[in-house]
Structures are given as C-alpha cells and as structure tokens.
Design a protein around this ligand. Structure first.
Ligand code: PLP
Length: 425
C-alpha cells in the first residue's frame, strides 16, 4: 500500500499519520455504517413497494406525456421522504433552481419570506434579492426578513417570534452551513424550529434546504414537519450517478404549485421527458445511502487529522454530523490553494489540473474549487471549495467511495506539508 501510494505522490510520513488517526475512528465508522444500512433498507423498501420494473427505465422524448417511469421515481422519493408528493426532474438544473422553484411557486406579491437561521446560502441571496438581481423575488414584490442565530449558533426564538408578522408566508430553513462557519442543524433541531414557527402562525409554509443532508440521519426534515424538502441530485440523493437534477418532496398543495412553476400553469407534472436519464436517477438513489456514508467517513477523517494539527474544524472531530460538509479553517489563501491542489491531484478525472481562484456567478468573492469529477460540478464526488475571504476556510465534501475520500484527504495534507503549512510530527 505504502509503495503504491508513494508512486502516487503520498509520502510514508503522511500515510502513517493517517493510519494513526484512523485507528481511533472505528466506533464512529460503525455508527455511520449502521445508518447507511437503515437508509439502504428504506430506499429498497420504497422501490419494492412501488414495484419498480425494468420497463420503468425507458427513455421518453418531446412532451413526455404518460412517462410512467418518471412518475414512479417521484412516488419512490415521496415514500422515502414520507411526503404526499414529490417533483424529481432532470429539468431542474441544480439545487439553487430547485429552491427557486419552491420559493417562487409558493410566494406571491405582498408575501414575506423569513429565514430564521441567518443569511442564506450565497446563490439564494440573489434569488431572494438580498443582493439585487434581475427576476429576484424582491422584484416581484416579495419581501424578506431574517432572524439571525445567537452568537453560539443556536436559534434565537424571541427574534423569530418578533420577525413573524401578518405578511409572513414561508419560512426557509437551511440545514447545512454552506459557506458559513455556523453549525449545520440536526433534523431534530429543524423539527423544533418548525414547530415553534407554526405555533406562532399555524398556516406558515416551512421549507428546508436539505442540500448535503440527505441520508446523513435516518430521518429527513419531511419527517419533522417540513412542508417542502428540497435538494440537488448532483449531491447526496443522486448517488454520484445522476448527471443533473433536483427534487422537491412535500405536501401535494406545495408540490403541485412547484410543478406549475417549473413547466407552466395547467401543465404541471404531466410534461417533462426523461431523456433516457431514469436508470441513472433510480440507480443513483439506490446507491445514495452508501455513497453518503463514504463521504461522511471522509469528513470525519479530515476533521480528526486537521484538528490534530491545530486547525479549527467545523464540525470538530467528535461532534455528531448533520451533513457531509467539513469546513477546515486554514488561515491563509496559500493554505486554501495547497489543500485544493491536494484534492485535485487525488482525482480520477483532471488530476493534472491546477485549481485557481475565480469569479463565479452567484458568489460575491472569488471562489476556489477543486474537483475531478465524472459529473461536472458534482459535489457528492470528492471536492473542495471555498470563497477566498477570512477565515480562509475550505469546505471539503464528497467521495464516491470511502477509499477515495481517504486518499484525497491524505493528499491535501501532503500538499500542505510540502508548502510548510502542515506540521508533521
Ligand atoms: C449546494 C447548495 C445549494 C445550491 O446548490 P447548487 O446545486 O450549487 O445550485 C443551496 N444550498 C446549500 C446549503 C447548498 O449546499
């Protein structure tokens, strides 16, 4: 093993450090495997209950009328998320698009949107109009209010109560930290926040941005009162095989409106050809629990390695996990570059490329991204990224297999060490 790794650029010293850290993680990994087994059974049961058959994988084109395979996949998602309905489509281009559909379908002029968890994910800021943008919700007369988290990262219930008013229609709760260094929330915490919001105003629609959270726990936000649970298929639920897509699982009333927003009023869920993508969408969902488990092991491994060397990690080495993201505060741009070059050099695709910071649509500072993915931009595949701004935190996620995630983390340490930024022993 050591010899092969040395040929691949990984020194014996870094490999050895990794083995030492790993020897303390057996119990953590066993718990991750237990959850994966439960979630695997949950997905399998939904596929069996719905009698998924080979005939459901047929490609459709054009309008996509009577696409039984597409409709059944949505039923499988609805069963796994325990919701009345689901919209799962390759026509949903990304997570931001899925969230935009959910928001703009269920908010009308004069309504107010509330984020009780502080500033939302970068790309959502333009969707909402926090940063002015053509076609934002603000342009259509939807106002926005925000209740910030307390300094220790928990919900400020008094501020949430004060923020809810007669105009408040929809509450958006982001499960994962995104590019912030606040904690990600557990499904149970999200349930408490939803219950609180609905106790103040019972007819509020509660939406959860579930990006990176799927299958990390054995329950999902839809199990604790979310009216819409929303995410991207090139993250956890696509299992690395979905080449595009997004999902919205929720109440029939909300999901129907989302379908009318995605296609057109009157058409809704009836149109939308699958273009031959159903095998990847079904198989990816089937693999998602174990792929997510591999990514989680990589995140736990990274936290333990980097924390040992004195870097602040969010979550830290022992905290429970609520998503697959691992933030590591590297303290400098040079650290971010070295870390990302390690992840890039460990990739199966584009391993020869050098990541450099650049401007990205939807983000307000230059972003560095390392990814050598089979699906462009897929972040269930091993990747690392982060905006070049203090505290120079890199956000590490994914890995289609635990073994690849492990190698990527070790290569990031290798490149940091070569740059004199990671103390070895
Ligand atoms: C990734 C992500 C999004 C947006 O997803 P894209 O597919 O990149 O558009 C939204 N919210 C959170 C928390 C995310 O992690």
């Amino acid at each position: 093993m050591k010899q092969l790794y040395e040929q691949m650029g990984l020194s014996a010293a870094v490999y050895q450090l990794g083995e030492e850290v790993l020897s303390g993680l057996e119990e953590r990994f066993r718990e991750i495997d237990r959850r994966a087994e439960y979630n695997q059974a949950k997905v399998l049961a939904a596929m069996q209950k719905n009698r998924v058959g080979a005939h459901h994988f047929a490609a459709t084109t054009g309008y996509g009328y009577n696409d039984g395979g597409r409709d059944l996949l949505e039923q499988v998602y609805a069963n796994v998320f325990h919701t009345e309905a689901a919209l799962v489509r390759p026509q949903i281009t990304c997570g931001t698009h899925a969230l935009t559909i959910a928001l703009s379908a269920n908010l009308l002029p004069g309504d107010e949107l509330l984020s009780p968890v502080g500033l939302p994910y970068d790309t959502l800021q333009e969707v909402i109009g926090i940063r002015p943008s053509p076609c934002s919700l603000a342009e259509y007369g939807v106002t926005y209010r925000q209740a910030d988290l307390t300094p220790d990262g928990s919900f400020d219930f008094d501020a949430v109560r004060r923020a809810i008013n007669e105009k408040t229609k929809l509450v958006t709760i982001q499960r994962s930290k995104g590019y912030a260094t606040r904690p990600s929330f557990s499904v149970q915490q999200i349930g408490e926040l939803i219950a609180f919001c609905k106790s103040v105003k019972p007819d509020l629609i509660c939406m959860v941005d579930n990006c990176y959270g799927e299958f990390v726990d054995v329950i999902e936000p839809s199990d604790v009162g979310a009216d819409m649970t929303v995410g991207s298929l090139i993250k956890n639920p696509g299992g690395g095989l979905a080449p595009i897509g997004g999902y919205i699982c929720g109440t029939k009333a909300c999901v129907d409106r989302c379908a009318y927003r995605l296609s057109a009023p009157g058409l809704g869920q009836e149109v939308g050809a699958n273009l031959g993508l159903l095998p990847a969408l079904y198989q990816g969902f089937f693999l998602a629990p174990t792929v997510t488990a591999g990514a989680l092991k990589g995140a736990v491994f990274a936290a333990n390695l980097y924390e040992k060397a004195g870097f602040r990690c969010v979550p830290n080495s022992v905290e429970p996990r609520n998503d697959i993201i691992q933030a590591v505060e590297l303290g400098s741009e040079a650290g971010m570059l070295a870390f990302c070059s390690g992840i890039q050099s460990a990739a199966p695709v584009d391993s020869f490329a050098a990541p450099v910071p650049g401007d990205m649509p939807g983000y307000d500072s230059p972003v560095i991204m390392a990814a050598g993915a089979f699906v462009q931009g897929s972040s269930i595949e091993l990747s690392a990224d982060g905006p070049i701004r203090p505290p120079y935190a890199v956000y590490f996620q994914g890995g289609l297999t635990w073994q690849h995630a492990k190698f990527g983390v070790l290569m990031s340490v290798q490149k940091m060490a070569e740059a004199g930024l990671f103390p070895l022993a």
